[in-house]
Design a protein around this ligand. Structure first.
Ligand SMILES: *Cc1c(COP(=O)(O)O)cnc(C)c1O
Length: 383
């Protein structure tokens, strides 16, 4: 099956007892066992370990990514935490992209550092920098591409080779492009991590996460810590995500088209200093973006002329655009990373990786591009 067919049909069958076309929300803690000897005959015992509605979502995301199996989590951070828990021991070392989701950076520096794990935040856009960061204690490489919020790309094939040569798993945070645009297992990656909160749900309705594994052995390690730590996705969230994902390709294509139109508008605007969108020829890694993925996504950022005060005036002046955290939804959102998503990252570290005080991040939604551009134009007039 091709992607658009899979996004509708993979992983779900009509309910065998009622014929319901949508999978039921199995809102049940426990599952009755037929006998002591037949314990787990249905595959289900207790909803912290597995739940049939959650399993349907796991089959769906496994089919979309083309991996061996998947584990669904209560949030994207719970998914990243499970990857850390599964592959890092006290005394180990991990390499993480220097530009990454702020919560990933916080989890590494403020939680795992307490447990005796060392991190190198490497410029994963430079494979040589990653290769030279590997030590005999390195046991995980986690990259994020395109990275939140600067949109820096990592060459996944190059980093996967380094990981394979070093005998460590390479996990990628595939939240921004999703399996619709970025087929990470074709590029040698071992684990694909998602915040399903973003494009996969796409409707601002849920917080969730998933880890898709290339092999069953990797999946067993991730699923073991999920059960041990108790971080599974709820059946309600799985059900809503199953509905949202059915239009993933259509949403992402249209939202990306809108993003390109908006990027071109901003590029011409006298009050805008820098515009960063992977689909623009001016994007420094435009060739890698074209080669590595089948679309550029619907995230972009720009610097308003006049720095932080101008940026704040702009964000307070938008009307149709919503000032909010989150991204990937059908609603267009504007975020100020320095005060919102990346507030946990120190000013020095932000400056080092290129998150400027005036950086405005746009998550372009599904509205009419002309309305979105008119609203940006009036907000820029107010700056
Ligand atoms: C949002 C996000 C996360 C964290 O996901 P939650 O669902 O908010 O816990 C991780 N990585 C990226 C790239 C994100 O955008």
């Amino acid at each position: 099956m091709r992607f658009r067919t899979k996004q509708v049909h993979a992983g779900v069958d009509p309910d065998p007892t009622t014929g319901a076309i949508l999978p039921p929300i199995h809102q049940s803690t426990t599952f009755v066992q037929p006998s002591v000897d037949d314990y787990l005959a249905s595959g289900y015992s207790y909803s912290r370990s597995a739940n049939p509605t959650v399993s349907a979502w796991e089959r769906k995301i496994t089919a979309l990514e083309g991996g061996a199996d998947a584990a669904a989590f209560a949030s994207g951070m719970a998914a990243i935490n499970a990857v850390f828990m599964a592959f890092l021991n006290a005394g180990d070392h991990a390499i993480v992209s220097d530009v990454a989701y702020g919560g990933t950076y916080r989890l590494a520096t403020q939680v795992y550092a307490r447990f005796g794990v060392d991190f190198t935040f490497a410029n994963t856009a430079d494979p040589a920098a990653v290769a030279s960061a590997v030590t005999d204690r390195t046991s995980l490489i986690l990259t994020e591409t395109p990275a939140n919020p600067t949109l820096k790309y990592t060459d996944l094939t190059a980093i996967s080779e380094i990981a394979r040569d070093s005998g460590v798993p390479h996990a990628v945070d595939n939240t921004f492009l999703t399996p619709y645009y970025q087929h990470v297992f074709d590029l040698g990656v071992d684990l694909s991590v998602h915040s399903t909160t973003k494009y996969l749900d796409g409707h601002n309705a849920t917080v969730g996460g998933s880890v898709v594994s290339r092999t069953d052995i990797l999946h067993e390690q991730v699923a073991f810590v999920r059960n041990a730590a108790g971080s599974i996705m709820s059946p309600q969230v799985a059900w809503l995500t199953l509905q949202g994902v059915k239009t993933l390709a259509e949403r992402m294509d249209r939202q990306s088209e809108n993003a390109l139109l908006i990027a071109r508008f901003l590029e011409e605007h006298p009050k805008v200093d820098t515009v960063c969108y992977p689909g623009l020829e001016s994007f420094p890694q435009h060739d890698l973006a074209k080669r590595q993925a089948t679309g550029f996504g619907a995230m972009l950022w720009f610097d308003v002329h006049g720095g932080l005060p101008a940026g704040k005036r702009f964000m307070d002046s938008v009307g149709l655009w919503t000032l909010a955290e989150n991204l990937g939804s059908v609603e267009s959102l504007v975020t100020h990373p320095v005060t919102m998503t990346h507030a946990a990252v120190s000013p020095d570290e932000r400056a080092r990786v290129g998150i400027t005080d005036g950086l405005v991040r746009l998550s372009v939604g599904l509205e009419d591009a002309e309305d979105l551009i008119e609203d940006l134009a009036q907000a820029l007039d107010n700056v």
